[in-house]
Write a protein of this length. Structure first.
Length: 191
């Protein structure tokens, strides 16, 4: 009897990410400023669409169900690796944020600008990690619907990150401006 199959190995990083998110969400600082409920619902709706494109077994996506590359053990293994690394980056970033994390665009009471861990290199490493994990899933699935999902996720994460940046710039002023010059948006800034 096999305990670990290829399909469970592919999805394991996503389960680990969800479990860590659920447990770590139990200890958060109080919110000082938050985005509207409509902004949050927009984000959640977009993510539901992204995960439907990634994981739906339905064939109603037409041409998006076509493969962009032939099935390959090499692409599958690379995809599994990227999914694990991306989920690991997202978990590390979430850990580094600690009590300052929120699923909504917020400022917390006594908010501090986090510049440790992956935040020393990238201003939005949770999104970077999630996009890397999704890119790995794209290689595993190998269909155009998954490629579309990653482009949609990148657009939505960029939109949400821009809202976060505006709020953080207002709160931290030049300190945030300096941080923006030192750390990249979704990828490290190479000097």
């Amino acid at each position: 009897m096999k305990l670990i199959t290829l399909s469970t190995l592919e999805i394991a990083p996503w389960y680990a990410l969800a479990a860590y998110w659920a447990v770590s969400a139990l200890r958060l600082k109080r919110i000082k400023v938050s985005e509207s409920l409509s902004g949050r619902l927009w984000h959640l709706g977009f993510l539901i669409l992204v995960f439907m494109l990634l994981y739906s077994d339905r064939s109603e996506f037409g041409a998006l169900n076509l493969r962009f590359a032939p099935e390959s053990a090499l692409l599958r293994d690379l995809g599994i690796f990227l999914t694990f690394v991306g989920a690991g980056v997202a978990i590390w970033a979430r850990y580094s944020l600690g009590q300052y994390w929120s699923g909504r665009v917020t400022l917390k009471v006594d908010h501090e600008l986090i510049r440790v861990g992956p935040y020393g290199y990238v201003r939005h490493p949770i999104y970077s990690g999630l996009l890397m994990a999704m890119a790995g899933t794209v290689l595993i699935i190998g269909e155009w619907r998954a490629v579309l999902a990653v482009f949609l996720a990148a657009a939505e994460f960029s939109r949400k990150a821009a809202k976060e940046e505006a709020l953080l710039s207002t709160e931290f002023g030049e300190q945030y401006g300096e941080y923006r010059r030192q750390a990249g948006f979704l990828t490290p800034r190479f000097r």
